[in-house]
Design a protein around this ligand. Structure first.
Ligand code: GLN
Length: 503
């Protein structure tokens, strides 16, 4: 009997459509897998207690001859930053412990309408601030490749769930890399769509000019399938684009047949400091480029002189926007309230925020409030916005010469739990390659490029494309994946049983 947890979403969807397996069987297999390994991995903050009922309903509708969408019946993990009516939504914070939303995020509603079966809510750094999931108020998630290592962040739970075969599909959010960097360190695929390409309605806001929702999966085709479900215009999100998008699954299928790499111009950034990258990360990156070159791609050096200022600009813009977004957690409408006998409203608010927010959130709220304060606004927030424009121009100039830009997805493989937690600067520097895409609003995908020779851990390669050209990333990503897949998927399958699950 096939282990249903080891299949791609596309393969599982085929078996569901042909009636070879039921959604109840597929869902049960994933719930069993969660029961077997999630005590070690801790990818989930909440496991749904009615996933099997949802699955049974899909099976009934299919049996009744209803026309269901291409992924109906496939299980899905949902990052806890996305609000859900039937499960608590905490964004990894104590201040929202047990919070039940009166509505579903649009991406959740669309997933339900497509017949996806929500398995649960995944762990994350508090309010999506972090690169390791160690800032979760509910304890860290561990990397399925090595339980002593971080699964990336902020969406470490979604990436770990997918990597540990607890879910074939997951939803994530990416403000500065929180989909792509976890994908990089867990050997999964993570796609940050063009800003405005996927609705953020019901995504608990971190930094509104940067936030995007997107898929985390084990294959490029699966990411396309999920993107097709969640993408497109939403009148509830004022930044939502009205574009007509192609089917990204169809584009990925076309890319995988090969041929698309011939004549493709792939830009590599001259100024990206080689020194900050772990040797095995650079090596896997170069090997992936060589594999593309062998198929007829042309590697072109492009200049992006302002990329290196991305981290500095981001860590002003993000805290500024976050401090304002998080002002709503004031003990009045949502979540926690710490009573102060005889105290004023302000005392209650202060006590609630003191008790409800973790250190990283407080750090950023203080930083952001300072950056926005009178007399400093121009010097900090204003300058950061100018850098942002310069980075956007770098992209415009680069994309006038090349079809896509390629970078390593992050500087190192998964680091050890605890290694960077006391050094915010080191944690922030992780985001050097992912942040520019958010600052410019362009799409980016991380796909597995192989394993670093020195530690045997996954390495991702990131592709970036001009805004609205998400399809290009699916086409190129699927083509490279078809070339490289064997180099990483084998070891992952071999290692998975270490977590206690049956093959
Ligand atoms: N690591 C980045 C940060 O800490 C990414 C956050 C994100 O994309 N949500 O801000």
């Amino acid at each position: 009997m096939t282990d249903l947890t080891k299949l791609s979403a596309a393969a599982l969807a085929d078996m569901l459509a042909s009636g070879e397996v039921s959604s109840v069987e597929a869902t049960q297999a994933h719930l069993d897998r969660i029961a077997a390994v999630d005590g070690d991995v801790h990818a989930f903050l909440h496991v749904s207690d009615h996933a099997l009922d949802v699955a049974a309903d899909i099976d009934r509708r299919r049996a009744a001859g209803e026309q269901l969408g291409p992924v109906a019946g496939v299980p899905l993990a949902i990052k806890d930053v996305l609000v859900t009516t039937d499960m608590p939504s905490t964004s990894g914070s104590k201040i929202l412990e047990g919070f039940m939303s009166p509505y579903d995020a649009t991406v959740v509603a669309r997933s339900r309408a497509a017949g996806l079966v929500p398995l649960g809510k995944t762990n994350m750094d508090e309010f999506a601030m972090g690169s390791s999931t160690e800032h979760s108020a509910y304890g860290p998630t561990r990397n399925p490749w090595d339980l002593e290592r971080i699964p990336g962040g902020s969406g470490g739970g979604s990436a770990a769930a997918v990597a540990a075969f607890e879910a074939p599909l997951a939803l994530g959010s990416d403000t500065g890399g929180s989909i792509r960097q976890p994908a990089h360190v867990t050997g999964t695929v993570g796609m940050k769509p063009t800003y405005g390409g996927v609705s953020r309605f019901g995504a608990i806001a971190l930094a509104s000019s940067l936030d995007q929702v997107g898929p985390v999966t084990r294959t490029v085709l699966d990411a396309g399938l999920l993107h097709d479900v969640i993408g497109g215009h939403d009148p509830h999100d004022a930044t939502s684009l009205t574009d007509e998008w192609p089917s990204f699954a169809a584009v990925a299928r076309e890319g995988a047949t090969g041929g698309v790499l011939k004549g493709l111009k792939v830009g590599v950034i001259r100024e990206l400091p080689d020194s900050g990258f772990q040797p095995g990360v650079s090596e896997s990156f170069r090997a992936a480029l060589a594999a593309m070159e062998a198929q007829g791609a042309e590697i072109v050096e492009v200049s992006a002189p302002h990329f290196e200022y991305g981290v500095a600009a981001y860590y002003l813009i993000l805290p500024a926007e976050a401090s304002s977004n998080l002002a709503k957690f004031d003990s009045v409408r949502f979540g926690l309230r710490v009573d102060v006998p005889g105290g004023t409203v302000e005392d209650v608010m202060a006590a609630t925020r003191e008790a409800g927010f973790g250190d990283e959130v407080k750090r950023r709220v203080i930083l952001g409030t300072y950056a926005l304060s009178a007399g400093y606004y121009d010097a900090y927030y204003g300058s950061a916005q100018k850098v942002r424009t310069l980075i956007q121009r770098d992209f415009d100039e680069a994309f006038a010469q090349v079809d896509v830009i390629a970078t390593p997805s992050a500087p190192t493989t998964a680091f050890k739990l605890g290694e960077k937690i006391d050094d915010p600067m080191q944690m922030y520097l992780n985001d050097v390659t992912t942040i520019p895409a958010n600052l410019a609003g362009v799409p980016g995908i991380s796909i597995p490029a192989g394993l670093a020779p020195e530690d045997g851990l996954p390495v991702g390669i990131q592709f970036l494309a001009p805004a609205r050209e998400d399809a290009r990333l699916y086409r190129v990503g699927a083509a490279l994946e078809a070339l490289l897949l064997d180099s990483w998927s084998g070891p992952l399958l071999d290692r998975a049983p270490v977590l206690g699950g049956a093959r």
